[in-house]
Ligand binder design. Structure first.
Ligand code: ARG
Ligand code: ASP
Length: 709
């Protein structure tokens, strides 16, 4: 009995330990494949990635650069998140036709809506090109020169390595510069909106529920890829035809239960799992707090306007959501890092690291790494904080300043490249500003400016501030700028940019808004960026060696490369979790929970009448389990930003859900993954089908799918 208990315990520990990691799909043979099979997977590594035959990876394109999608029909229908299609849905919306509020459904293909600039990218094959990229690098001594050589090799081999004319070669670094992989890709450029639920379903719970479990959001939207007559990528044309995929995902409505195997494929953006403790400390103590405070102020102002004015609500919806998203994430991340003692755990790892360095007789190579890191992170601190202020206040959250910064760059183009380049850039800017100003409200921005410039002037490290920010009165500065600057409207900006280079630059330099941006940008480029970049380069070089050392000295650890927006596979099991004493979260939510959260006419928790009716009649079609309609579920898949829209796949390769978020207590997983509390959140595919079928009545869409009951 005792033995059995012990064995069981060991088994639990070892399956627990087998969690986490984002793996390269072409390298799953061996350790990953056997782990996946031991967790219940029934398909093989070759079914997931195969360079020569169709495989799962052919059904999982990168969606518009930042999200993931999956092909779910033989006619190029793809599924992604509502929040990934949000910008497009917003773009087609007006106060009269508000698809954000009411949803959108194309009941026939002619009604699908084209989206200028939207693309999806498939991975055709993956190859290791490390030795090619490292050619001639080791012979160089200087880090900057090494980096330059690597960039040259990347450029060279991207052009030289074989591919079809409509394909692209992309070379990306793995393990911080210790490995280089080539991705041959195909990018489709005609992607049309097919369907989206109303925000009261697709964004149910909005920012209050964002990053939170239990969750009840139907976070999905549907698009279709169009191709030319040869099934190749083509710009939008009404003659294009639906794309015929190499593989599309069949859907299973059999349902899930705790401990079932799940796998998520997608394009995770960025993780930093191997940072030294000093870096993590800085994130928790200095960088996150500064960024959180800035965004907090900006969001409060925007929220106040959005709640009062429907037009502003539409204008700012997408921007607000994206600023709010990372604001909240950083709060959760800092909390989680503190609660899980990530810094102490890293320190313990570092002590072990030093022992192993000594034992392996590698002091000369690796012995100084950690002390160098410590010195560098101390030296970079003020520069890093100041850099975050500049990027959060000027580039990201005050629109007038971010527009002004584009003009600042325009002036630089003139100074470095002359009139012709100036004119080219100017004309591009005039075209792209048209869209930016469509969603700009000077009144809102003025109030944001007032708050943020005050923070900048008082909280950013003093030694780097330009004189323009000394002893300012934020509200009179705001008035002065917003009542006179040409940056406050598209018409005035066009006027400002008319004429030859000399006169445009003269006008710009007389503009109060531009003057302020210029003083801030000059201060940034003179006093902050050079030292920051120098120290950052040193840290990258250290990180590369540290990574190499970890792989070498911890041969039995499961070491995966940090996310870098390339295609990855992560796997785990459906599992609840215990975030605090006496609390256990079940892994599945149901429509009952939507109704529990329902607040009539609320900004975030309203529920459409039609959904209430279906709930009252329990009219769930074939999508219910034991009389209840599943909505979302969680599992131990290790995901990050970019995995939104990723397919959740069962043991047999069927689609069972759609990834869209992580749980609050585990948002620190980008820096420190803990299998105890890190969970990814998915919409159950049955909820998606129920909404398409019973809520929207879009049988045309259902009929395209392969559903396994
Ligand atoms: N937190 C999820 C992700 O990082 C969902 C974001 C949706 N945006 C929002 N503000 N609710 O993308
Ligand atoms: N919501 C994220 C995304 O948009 C996913 C995550 O960060 O967990 O990619």
């Amino acid at each position: 009995m005792k033995h059995i208990k012990l064995l069981l315990l060991l088994f639990v520990i070892s399956t627990q330990a087998q969690q986490g990691g984002m793996w390269v799909p072409s390298l799953l043979n061996g350790m990953n494949e056997s782990e996946m099979k031991s967790l219940g997977m029934k398909i093989s590594a070759k079914d997931i990635y195969d360079a020569n035959n169709s495989s799962l990876k052919d059904a999982v394109p990168h969606f518009n650069g930042g999200c993931t999608s999956e092909v779910i029909s033989p006619q190029g229908l793809i599924l992604t998140n509502h929040h990934c299609g949000y910008g497009a849905i917003q773009n087609h919306s007006t106060v009269e036709h508000d698809y954000l509020q009411d949803g959108f459904w194309a009941y026939k293909m002619e009604d699908e809506l084209p989206n200028k600039g939207m693309v999806v990218t498939f991975v055709v094959r993956i190859e290791d090109v490390t030795s090619k990229i490292m050619e001639g690098v080791d012979a160089l001594n200087d880090e900057a020169q090494k980096q330059k050589k690597i960039q040259e090799n990347i450029q060279l081999y991207s052009e030289k390595l074989p591919k079809e004319s409509w394909q692209e070669n992309k070379i990306r670094t793995f393990f911080d510069g210790n490995q280089y992989l080539l991705f041959v890709t195909e990018t489709y450029k005609d992607v049309r909106l097919v369907g989206a639920p109303p925000s009261s379903i697709g964004k149910f719970g909005s920012d209050t529920d964002n990053w939170v479990w239990p969750r009840h959001t139907g976070d999905f939207s549907l698009f279709r890829i169009y191709a030319d007559k040869n099934n190749r990528p083509a710009e939008y044309s009404k003659d294009n035809v639906p794309y015929k995929p190499k593989h599309f995902l069949p859907i299973s409505t059999k349902g899930i239960k705790e401990n079932d195997f799940t796998m998520v494929m997608g394009y995770p953006g960025r993780t930093q799992e191997y940072l030294p403790s000093f870096a993590v400390e800085q994130i928790v103590n200095d960088l996150n707090p500064a960024k959180i405070e800035i965004r907090d102020a900006a969001l409060k102002v925007q929220d106040g306007f959005m709640r009062k004015d429907q037009a502003i609500k539409i204008q700012y919806a997408s921007k607000y959501a994206s600023v709010a998203n990372y604001w909240k994430k950083w709060i959760g991340e800092s909390k989680g890092l503190k609660k899980s003692n990530a810094v102490a755990i890293k320190q313990k790892f570092e002590a072990d690291f030093m022992k192993r360095v000594a034992k392996a007789g590698k002091q000369a190579e690796y012995g100084n790494l950690l002390s160098e890191f410590e010195k560098n992170y101390a030296a970079i601190k003020d520069y890093a904080v100041a850099r975050d202020y500049f990027s959060e206040v000027v580039l990201r959250n005050t629109e007038l300043l971010s527009f002004g910064f584009k003009l600042y760059q325009l002036e630089q183009v003139y100074n470095s490249k002359g009139e012709q380049s100036f004119n080219d850039r100017k004309n591009n800017l005039i075209a792209s500003f048209e869209d930016s100003y469509k969603d700009f409200n000077a009144q809102v921005d003025e109030k944001v400016f007032e708050q943020l410039i005050q923070l900048y002037a008082t909280k950013s490290p003093k030694q780097f501030l330009p004189s323009s920010l000394e002893n300012i009165n934020a509200s009179s500065l705001a008035k002065e700028i917003y009542s006179t600057s040409s940056l406050t409207s598209y018409a005035k900006l066009q006027e400002l940019l008319s004429g030859d280079a000399k006169s445009v630059i003269e006008k710009m330099n007389n503009d109060k808004g531009f003057q302020l941006v210029k003083s801030l940008a000059d201060a940034y480029f003179e006093k902050i960026a050079p030292t920051y970049n120098e120290l950052d380069l040193k840290n990258s070089a250290l990180q590369r060696t540290y990574m190499k050392a970890i792989v070498e000295l911890f041969p039995n650890d499961r070491i995966f490369p940090d996310a870098n927006s390339t295609l990855r596979v992560t796997y785990g099991q459906v599992k609840g979790y215990a975030p605090q004493d006496a609390v256990y979260y079940e892994p599945v939510t149901y429509l009952e929970g939507v109704m529990e959260k329902y607040v009539p006419n609320d900004y975030e928790f309203d529920v459409p009448q039609k959904l209430i009716d279906l709930y009252n009649k329990k009219d769930y079609g074939t999508y219910a389990q034991n009389g209840k309609l599943p909505v979302c579920f969680i599992a131990t898949n290790h995901t990050t930003g970019g995995n939104s829209g990723s397919p959740a796949i069962d043991a047999k390769g069927n689609l069972i859900g759609l990834n869209f978020d992580r749980v609050w207590e585990g948002t620190m997983s980008d820096i420190y993954y803990s299998p105890d509390i890190c969970r990814n959140i998915m919409v159950d595919i049955r909820y998606v089908l129920f909404i398409i079928d019973k809520y929207a009545g879009a049988k045309n869409i259902i009929n395209e799918l392969t559903i396994r009951k």
